[in-house]
Design a binder for this molecule. Sequence first.
Ligand code: RB5
Length: 149
Amino acid sequence: MRIAIGSDHGGFRLKSEIIEHLKKKGIEIQDFGTLNEESCDYADYAIQVAEAVVTKQFDFGILVCGTGIGVSIAANKVPGIRAAVCGDTFSAHATRQHNDANILALGERVVGTGLALDIVDIFLSSEFEGGRHATRIGKIAEIEKKYSK
Ligand code: RB5
């Protein structure tokens, strides 16, 4: 499994913990930055991770900012990306099963490290159920098509 990860300064510390956690499990992970806690703009990192995932260079993406919201809004502008902000393990499981989410967004200022690592593990080990959920995702793709030039 190959994971693309990125954050802004508000998510830098949690991102570093996630990288260490996944490396210990033998999961291949590429860090798209930011590389320190200096103030920066989350969209610059969200687009890099989103493009790496949508082009299938990576299986999933993980994005971290202060809330998880900014990075998810930015990543979801890339057609084919379904980024989900999760603050609990139930949502992490459900968004893979039902939404086939391909990016997990986390908020460093919202969740503690222990919970965040559980959310990551559950997100990465849960599978899309297909069926009626695939029909619904198809409708999201239709919306993207309708509004793309
Ligand atoms: C940065 O201060 C903060 O706004 C950012 O990390 C994120 O929470 C935005 O949604």
